[in-house]
Design a protein around this ligand. Sequence first.
Ligand SMILES: [Zn+2]
Length: 255
Amino acid sequence: MDKKKEHLVIAFSLLFVALVLSYAVTTFIPAHEQKKAHQGSSGATSAKKLTDLPKGVSSFDWDLVLVNKWHKKDKEIDFEKAQVSGITMDARIKQALLDFQSGARAAGYQTQLVSGYRSIQYQKEVFSGVKKNNLAEGMSDEEAEKKTAAVVQYPGSSEHQTGLAVDLAGRDAFEKYPSLEAEMDTFASQKWLIDHAADYGFILRYPNDKKQMKETGIDYESWHFRYVGVKNAQYIKKHNLTLEAYVEGLKADNR
Ligand SMILES: [Zn+2]
């Protein structure tokens, strides 16, 4: 056998051993270990077992409804509506929001309520409006759709359609960033809102954390707050969770 052939034989034998080994590993690893590696298609959360969950709480509660790009709601959600400063929301969160805002005021910060409930129909109009602009700039349909989806939620996947989410800013932060930017959190007013939201039943829904962005499917938003009730909000804050991870934890506990 010449040197070249010899090398080939060695290379193929090594490849064969590697294949056998990888087959053995995937076949004999316990099933639950393999499952872990495959969570990753739907807002993959850490799948961490949650302990000391608050009592009397279920993933089916009205204030824990989960809407994201993997959990779309294609029908308008029906609930009693109320308004604060001309902005519509679920009537059940009105008092909590007013308390949140007056808490901020007592701490020395004026707030600006920017947005609340948005219907799926409205979201459709926003989406197609932005897409139309992109098309007008000469993008292909596919390109325009992709560019739009990067900045606007697909109709059905926006949390604003639940009436449980608000965009709330410190007034000074909003004056500097009227189109809402992550940097608003450099203002003490916005920081106060982020730090104290849980006391009023709200969470900062889209945190500034790479792993958590994968779970929510949304980049950091320093202004978007979601009502989940005080018990849930405090647990979520204490354990540094996303709503996705929390709801998954409740489900894993058969709740
Ligand atoms: Zn928002």
